[in-house]
Structures are given as C-alpha cells and as structure tokens.
Design a binder for this molecule. Structure first.
Ligand SMILES: Cc1ncc(C[n+]2csc(CCOP(=O)(O)OP(=O)(O)O)c2C)c(N)n1
Ligand SMILES: [Mg+2]
Length: 1030
C-alpha cells in the first residue's frame, strides 16, 4: 500500500500519544562551545497576537482527538514515517503502538503504556493495555509537550534570525526591533525547567539532531540557538517550497555543518589580508581622496571570492556584476584583479584623458577581465558594469547583460553565466528599481536563473539611520517578494560569512533562483573619507573607534587555533605592501587615462581594423530585394495551423493583399526590418508592455490559438530555416527596470537589434534615470556603445495629457550637436561622421519604408548609437501612411528629410511658404493644404531625422524656396516638442538669413488637452495658423 495512504489510515485510528522519557538518550549529544542560553523565560514574553493565537491553535489541535488535523497529525505522521523506515528510530511505545495499528487495533485501542507510565511491557494488545488508553489526561499532556517542542523548533526556524547576534558593534538590531519574539519563549508553549531534561522525538522538519532522532529539550534548544541565533540569521520559512526549505535546513542545522576546513580558513584569512591592506594602502597614500573605502566590511572580498569559487566549481564561466561605490576599488583590485597600477594612476589628477568624452570618476568605471580561478583552475570572465551615481540603477542593466550572454551561449539554465549584485542597505530598501528588478527574476524572457545579492549593510545611509531610511524591519525585505532566502550574517564572523556565501552560491546553482546575503557590518569612516561621521552618529562612531577590524580579530582567532603564526602574518602583510608599492611606482609612468581600458562589455574586433581605425562607410545596404520583401510579407500574413480570432484573420488577409500589391503599412514595414535582419543572422529582440500584440493592436507578432491554450505561432520565427532567433516579449509593467534590462541586453552583441517600446511615449519618464544616465551619456562616460532602439508612441490624437507626448523636447535637449555651428556638409563622410559624433539619434518617421530603413540602418552603421524613435498611433492605419516596395528596394535608403515633391516644388520661386514639420501632423496639414487649394503656394517638408540635425538637406531645402516664409510647425505646445531644438538649427542652416515662424500650440504646463473638444479646437487653430495670411 502506498506509504502516505497507510499514514493517513493510521492517523485516522490514532487516539492517543504518549510521553517519551529521557533516560539513556543523552549519549550522542554534540558539545557546542559553551555559551549562555538566552533567557527563555517569561521575561521574553511579548503579547504578540500572532504568537498567542499560534499557541492556542497548537493547544486546541492537541486536545482535539483523534488528531486528524494540524501540526499534531503532522507530528504523528512524522513519527509513523520514521517507524516505517526503522522501528528502532522511535520510542518503544510508539513502536508498540504502530505495530498494534498495523495488526488492526481499533481506534483508541492501539495505545500501550510505556514502562515508565503504565508498567506494562510493549507487546500484543491486552485488556490492561486498552485500559491504559483511558488515562487520557496523561496522554494529552504528552502529546501537548511533543507538539510544544515541535512548535518551539518551528518557532526558531521562523523567528530565530530576529535575535541572532548580527551587529558587530552590538548596538543595533538588523531588524530594527530589540524585542524577542514570543515564538522563542518557552512560556509560550507551557514548557519550562521541568521539561528541560526530558527527551523529545525530533520531527522530520529539523536536522539539528544529526544522527539522533530524539534529544532532551535542553539540547534541542542549545542546538537551535546555535543554528539560528548566533552570527547567522537564516530567514527562509516564508518560502513556499518544502524542498527548498529543507535544503536550507540541511545547510545550517546538522551539527558541525557550518564549520570550515583548515584550508578554507587559511584562504579566507589571506583574502581578508589583501582586502584590508588594500584599503590601508590607499588611505596611507591618498589621505584626502574620496574612495568610498570598504573599511568595516572587508569581509566582502573573501565572501565574493567564495561565491565565485563555488559557482566556478559548478561550471559558471562568466560573472556579470553590478555594485555601488562602497568598496568598488577593492573589488576591482582583489576580485576582478584589475592591475593595481591602473587603479592607482587614477588618483593622479594630472593624468591626461586619452579618449574623447567626459569620462567618469574612478568608482563608477566598469571592467571586464578574464582570469584563471585559482581554486578551480578554470578560466572565468568577470565583468563589473559601469554605473552612474544613481544607486541601484545598474541592477536591471546587469540582468539584461547576463541574459544576453546566456542567450548567445545557449545557456538556458544559467549554468554558465551568472549575475551578482551588490547593494547598500539604504539603497536596497529605498530604491524602487530594486523591486522592479526582482520582478523580472522569474519571467521567462527576463530571468537570469538566479542572482546572488549581497548587501553591504553598514547600518547607515550617508548620515541617515536605518530607522529613518526604511519602514521594513530588515533592509532586505524587498527580496521576500520573490521568496528569495535571506542570510543575515555578522560580518565580523569570517567563517560564518564564508559558509553563507558557499550556501548562497550552491542555492543559486541548485534552484536557479535569487538569494540574498545581508552582510551586517559597520562603516569605519564617514560616508566618504572626507566626511565627519561624529556630527550625526556620535555614539556609534565612538564605538567604531574602539572596535578592532575583522582582520585583526580573525588573525587572533587563527593564531589561537594555531593556523597562523605571528611571523607569518607580518611576512604576508609586508609582501602585499610591497606589491602595492611596486604597482604605485609603475603607475607613475602612466600619463594617460584610457577609459577604453575600463570597458565592461568590450566588442573585440568590431568596427575597427587592426590599427584601431574605424572606417566610415555603411556596412550594408538597407534596401531589400523584391523576393525578400515578398517572402517576409507572405509569412507575416500567414497563421500556419493556428486557429486565430476572426478579427485577426481579417488583419492577416489585409496584410496579404497589401503584399500582393507591393505595399506595406506600419506593421509590415517593421516586420520587413526585423525579418530581414533575422534572415541575415542578426538576433532581434522586442520587449515592452504588450508588445507582442502591440498596444494599438496593429502588430500581432504572436498569434494565439482560439481553442488550445498556450498554442502560439510567431511568424517572424518561421521565415527561413537558418535565420536568427526573434524574441518578442511582453514585459512586466515596469519602464525603469525593463529599459535598463534591454540596455544591458544590447551591450553584449553589436550584431543584434534590441528594441524597447513604451506603451505610450509618456511612460518613458519613469525610466528617466536609464535614459539620462546610461543611454544619453553612456558613451561619453564609459566609451560604451549601444544600438538600443526606443520606440515611443507619440502624437496628439485627443487622448489627453498623458497619452500624447513622448516628451521629444527632453531627448532633444540632451542631444549633443551644436545649434549654432554649420558643419562641413560637403565632406564625403558628413552623414556618417555626424551620426558618429552624436550621443544618440532621434527620429520621427512618417512612412513605413523609412521606418524599415532606419531600423536596418541601426546595424548597418559602422558603430552603434541609441535610436530614439517616436512612433505614430493614427498612422498605423492611415491610408496615406503606406509605402511601396519601390521605396524599400536595394539602393533606396533612409530619408533624413522627405522634401516637398508636389506642385510647390516644381515652381519653388513662386512658393510663398515653406513649412518644416515632423511626424503625423504632416498628414493633417497635407489634407488641409489641399482642401484650401494651396498646393502650389505651400511646400511641406518632413524632417524625419531630427537629431543629428540634417543641416545639409535642410539648408538645400531653404535655398530652394528663396521667397517663402519659413515655418516650424508642430502639434506640441510651444515650450515642448521640437521647436526649441529645430528653430536655431533652421536659422543656422539659412546662414542666419531667414526668420523662423512658429506654428503650433501655445505654451502650456500639461502636454495636451484633457477634453476632446478642446483638443479639436486647438487642432483647428493649428490648421488655420498654418495657412494664415495666404
Ligand atoms: C538614486 C540616488 N539617490 C541619492 C544618492 C546620494 N547618495 C549617495 S550614497 C548615499 C547613501 C547610500 O547608503 P547605502 O545604500 O546604505 O550605502 P553606503 O554608502 O552606506 O555603503 C546616498 C543617499 C545616490 N547616489 N543615488
Ligand atoms: Mg549603508
């Protein structure tokens, strides 16, 4: 019979339990170092409602025979399972009881009193033994006690971390609560001194017994205290998965499991030496330089290295890391192993910049380095992503980069590439992007199969105490949303930290899920080395001044244990000091700072010949041959064997008809770009909210079967047998993290097209930090290129203030071309050079052909630039916003401006008005011009690439219409949109000879009108103004 069924049947017949007794079971008790038990008496009792109710529930369950529910059933079941495995593993009385049950004893009849209670001898059921069943008060007592002990054990597993000794300074509680949970108080379970020496059966949900199945209560508590309340606080019982919880128990509960081998101790000590002495060296040499030293958390370095060793043992080849300022130079020196002279030279303020761009301060720079891991002897790549000052902003970027590395390696389970994120305590709890990033961690197209998070929890954020910087008990609580286990650890306990780091790495490799290490430490100096911490944290810092550093503490410990000797210490310290001195000498000969040596994602061999020269020529024609256009169009119009919705059938039919007539609409234009790149072997990824269908229901890249759940068809992955993979993925409802993620993804392989689409363009501003700090300025600061495309729906359609504007003015304001400088437009490589010099490209296309070309141009360029692309809404279905195949054939290209081509252009001298505009407003005024019969009088030229500004083409256009007044026309308000950017550039293009008139909405605070009628009124005025006085 199935075991669980037997257990269930057994439970149904159980009427009694019995008292175990203590004699003879003390023999295998593990001796822990002597340590006073915390006071577990009534003084620890707090009237927490949850505790009281738990106790009541336990008691009620125990009294409710025949024990078919709650923890008592679990307890008896546990006992039964143990008995099944080995009858000797349970007390004799249980053995007798289960034997009787198996022999068919009726409910209430199976119990036999043990020798200590009833004096009977366990054996077959007799009349006397059934009488013993009736002594129910004793029975209840015993069951009650066992259940209490079980509840106490569980109490420790759940709440033990709350009283763990985590603060090296001994002044703060990591969970901001100095009370002790009632779940850890014996009073809560009606246990006391009288029970301390009685022996209790251990439930299967604990491993503190080791070989022992039963222990005296005193020993049970000792072991629980040892596991859960010393220098490691294991927070995991909120995890919903039994296997995972049990695995964690296996790592911490069995006696002696956390102890390190001698070699591990030695290695940790040597690493700690380097970590400590590196900071000492910097402090000694550059007393007044900001470096955000690691003092107070020097253990971070041995900890990180342990993680890398462990994961490397499991086969991880690449580690992608992100971290804030604290200890960054130390990580670069001692984990990534950047040459020390390269680090030291950065302290030289006279160093020339060897690259163009702004560069960045030393504690923001990234790095990528391949090295042999000395523990495993395997080659590993370590990269640290460059980041801005904006704390935690790099988190999603690291995840995206990791995901892309996994993708290109075919590493579907993350066994080769892994991410590690470091955090400060204040930032981890305070910055929302942390939460957003956690929410990507288990999404199929965004998961990196587990990240190891390490919080350098120095219990302060600049000058702010934890009590004022968070409302959550722990700074790590945000990780609970994804049920990541959290290991709090006292950073002064080296061996505890190393153990926890091993466990974290093992967890990540076993379960592929996130895990958090909370290194509870202190900050020896001020926020930076120039800051005076005594202004704001006087008592804490008085304590810190007296507190020996962890290297000293650990050296003393290992000396006492005989692992290191005084001479050895001195020798090793001296050796490292000499290494640093030698590197400092070498650094003095460096007189140029090359930021390209600090690239976090180097694209080896791309775009440059072997002399490092970039050849400025387009790598590919962006046009496509007729067959390719037709083939992509046809596949994109098919549904394969998917039973699609009737409405979608019409959409596909429409597509098919367009293809037959050699025409494309917006969705087809985009598909042509993606499909052709896939054909050429370039991976394409499109991510964002609801992108699979498209917010405006125009895209339909994933077709869903109407009858079978999860049956889908992605036509763009069905184009050619040897095509590259297309990933189109609906994202979580986040902009900040998702955009950061896609940026990271785009950093790995330049031969790919990575696009992020905002639901509406407006929403890009919740990702402002990624846009400002990374996309707009990443290359200037870190020499890092990215061809990421931002698709931002934009346009005034009367949808209200929040769905109209993608805020082009903001992107344009950050564009780096000079409005007052007319470039050398006659040089042969002007167009490419202008693009190369730009920090990004900003465009607003009006035709599907131009969309196709600009997307393809992204990867045809001999460098990579972010592309900010404003995309239309009404034009998605506008009958005029269509392109012929002819505009997409080989030889055609992206049109930076689309000049007037109608009657006005035939007689330009007669033309009275030249209107420049961009985007969908073109179609509005086009119609109006024709309605007003002004086609000869007004020329309308579309600026499709707004930045870098097409000075050459605009200037030619201006010259062509010498007698026309010149207007910049836009639908946006005057203080928004494109006007401020385009006006001075139009003036410059005219050699400052023409006045630029403004036509558009008046200045406003909100981007667009809320009411439809107001919108229409404004729109009408715009049209009237466009043709006024003609
Ligand atoms: C988004 C953001 N806001 C504010 C700051 C300014 N700032 C720099 S460090 C810091 C305190 C960080 O505290 P914590 O995260 O605990 O790290 P620690 O410096 O203690 O290592 C603050 C507020 C910043 N860098 N980024
Ligand atoms: Mg801090």
């Amino acid at each position: 019979m199935h075991r669980s069924r037997i257990a269930l049947q057994t439970l149904q017949r159980i009427a009694v339990s019995r008292r175990t007794h203590s004699s003879g079971l003390n023999r295998n008790i593990v001796k822990y170092p002597e340590r006073t038990l915390r006071n577990l008496g009534s003084t620890r009792y707090y009237a927490s409602t949850s505790n009281v109710s738990q106790q009541q529930a336990t008691a009620a369950a125990a009294k409710a025979e025949p024990f078919l529910n709650g923890s008592n059933s679990a307890y008896v079941e546990d006992m039964y399972e143990s008995w099944l495995e080995d009858p000797n593993s349970v007390h004799k009385s249980w053995d007798a009881y289960f034997r009787n049950v198996n022999m068919g004893a009726a409910p209430g009849q199976a119990y036999q009193a043990p020798p200590s209670l009833g004096g009977g001898v366990p054996g077959a059921m007799t009349a006397q033994t059934s009488e013993a069943v009736l002594d129910t008060s004793k029975i209840h007592e015993v069951v009650d006690e066992h259940l209490s002990v079980q509840a106490l054990i569980r109490g420790y597993q759940i709440r033990g971390h709350r009283v763990a000794q985590l603060d090296p300074l001994g002044i703060l509680e990591a969970d901001l609560d100095s009370s002790s949970p009632a779940e850890l108080s014996l009073d809560s379970y009606n246990l006391g001194e009288a029970e301390m020496d009685k022996v209790y059966q251990l439930p299967k949900t604990t491993l503190i017994g080791g070989e022992d199945k039963a222990l005296p209560l005193r020993e049970i508590i000792r072991r629980l205290e040892h596991t859960y309340c010393r220098n490691i606080g294991v927070e995991y019982m909120f995890i919903h998965n039994y296997e995972q919880c049990h695995w964690i128990r296996q790592q911490f509960e069995p006696p002696g499991v956390t102890e390190l081998k001698d070699a591990e101790k030695q290695l940790a000590w040597e690493r700690l030496l380097r970590s400590t002495k590196f900071e000492d060296f910097l402090a000694k040499k550059w007393t007044s330089e900001k470096r955000f030293g690691l003092e107070g958390c020097e253990i971070l370095i041995p900890g990180l290295k342990t993680i890398i060793d462990t994961a490397s043992t499991h086969g991880v080849e690449s580690f992608v890391m992100g971290m804030p300022h604290r200890g960054r130079l130390n990580v670069l020196a001692n984990v990534i192993r950047k040459d020390l002279d390269q680090i030291f030279c950065q302290f030289d303020s006279n160093l020339r910049a060897g690259d163009e761009g702004s560069g960045d301060v030393k504690y923001h720079l990234g790095m990528s380095h391949e090295r042999i891991n000395h523990v495993t002897n395997k080659l590993v790549n370590l990269s640290l992503c460059a980041n801005p000052s904006h704390l935690e902003a790099v988190d999603p970027v690291v995840q995206g980069k990791t995901k892309a590395e996994q993708f290109y390696l075919g590493d579907t389970d993350g066994s080769k590439v892994m991410s590690i994120l470091l955090h400060g305590d204040a930032a981890f709890s305070g910055q929302g992007v942390v939460y957003e990033t956690f929410h990507l961690s288990d999404l199929p197209e965004y998961t990196t199969n587990g990240t190891i998070h390490i919080v350098v929890n120095n219990q302060i954020g600049f000058t702010t105490d934890p009590r004022h910087s968070r409302s959550s008990p722990y700074c790590t609580d945000v990780a609970m949303v994804v049920r990541a286990p959290i290991f709090h650890v006292n950073a002064d306990d080296v061996e505890a930290v190393i153990h926890v780091c091993k466990v974290a790495a093992e967890w990540r490799m076993k379960f592929g899920k996130d895990v958090v290490i909370d290194l509870v430490c202190y900050r020896r100096n001020g926020h930076n080395e120039m800051d005076e911490p005594m202004f704001t944290q006087p008592l804490m810092y008085q304590k810190i001044r007296k507190h020996p550093n962890v290297f000293k503490l650990y050296t003393e410990k290992l000396t006492q244990e005989g692992h290191v000797k005084g001479d050895d210490v001195e020798k090793k310290v001296k050796e490292y000091d000499q290494i640093c001195e030698a590197a400092l000498e070498t650094s003095k000969s460096i007189n140029e700072l090359n930021f390209r040596h600090w690239l976090d994602s180097p694209w080896k061999g791309f775009f440059q010949d072997r002399y490092g020269k970039v050849e400025l020529k387009m790598l590919k024609d962006t046009g496509l041959d007729e067959d390719t256009l037709r083939h992509i169009g046809e596949v994109f119009s098919q549904n394969n064997d998917i039973q699609i919705h009737g409405g979608l059938r019409r959409v596909l039919k429409g597509r098919s008809e367009m293809v037959k007539s050699r025409t494309v609409d917006w969705a087809l234009g985009e598909a042509m770009a993606f499909g052709s790149l896939l054909k050429e072997g370039l991976h394409v990824r499109l991510s964002g909210q609801d992108v699979e269908r498209g917010t405006f229901s125009h895209r339909h890249h994933v077709l869903h079967d109407q009858k079978t759940d999860k049956k889908v068809y992605v036509p763009l992955n069905d184009l050619y047998p040897d095509q590259a993979q297309y990933n189109v993925c609906n994202s979580s409802l986040s902009e900040y993290a998702v955009l950061g993620f896609e940026l990271g993804y785009s950093m790995v392989n330049p031969d790919s097209l990575v696009c992020w689409e905002a639901q509406f363009g407006d929403f890009n501003n919740t990702a402002q930090c990624i846009i400002d700090q990374f996309i707009s300025s990443g290359q200037a600061k870190w020499i890092r290129m990215s061809g990421l495309v931002l698709l931002l729906p934009h346009g005034y359609e009367g949808m209200g203030p929040e769905h109209s504007s993608a805020r082009p003015e903001r992107f344009l304001q950050m564009q780096n071309d000079d409005p007052d400088f007319f470039p050398d437009v006659n040089s042969s490589d002007f167009v490419l050079k202008q693009l190369q010099d730009s920090n990004w490209i900003i465009a607003n296309c009006t035709t599907p052909a131009n969309l196709m070309h600009i997307l393809r141009r992204q990867v045809a360029l001999p460098f990579r630039k972010p592309l900010i692309l404003f995309t239309p809404k009404s034009l998605l279905r506008h009958p005029l916003a269509r392109s012929s195949f002819d505009e997409m054939l080989p030889g055609t290209e992206f049109q930076r401006i689309i000049p007037e081509s109608g009657p006005a252009s035939e007689n330009p001298e007669e033309c009275r008005r030249l209107i420049f505009c961009t985007g969908k407003v073109y179609y509005d005024i086009l119609k109006e011009r024709s309605d007003r019969d002004l086609v000869k009088d007004v020329a309308i030229t579309r600026v499709e690439q707004i930045a870098p500004f097409p000075f050459d083409l605009v200037s030619a256009e201006l010259n062509k219409y010498p007698n026309a007044d010149v207007h910049w026309l836009q639908e946006e308000h005057k203080n928004m949109g494109f006007y401020d950017f385009c006006k001075p550039r139009l003036r410059t293009s005219s050699q400052w000879s023409r006045r630029i008139h403004y036509t558009g909405r008046a200045p406003e605070a909100a981007p667009a009108a809320g009411s439809k009628s107001k919108h229409q009124k404004q729109q009408q005025k715009l049209l009237d103004d466009a043709f006024r006085k003609l």
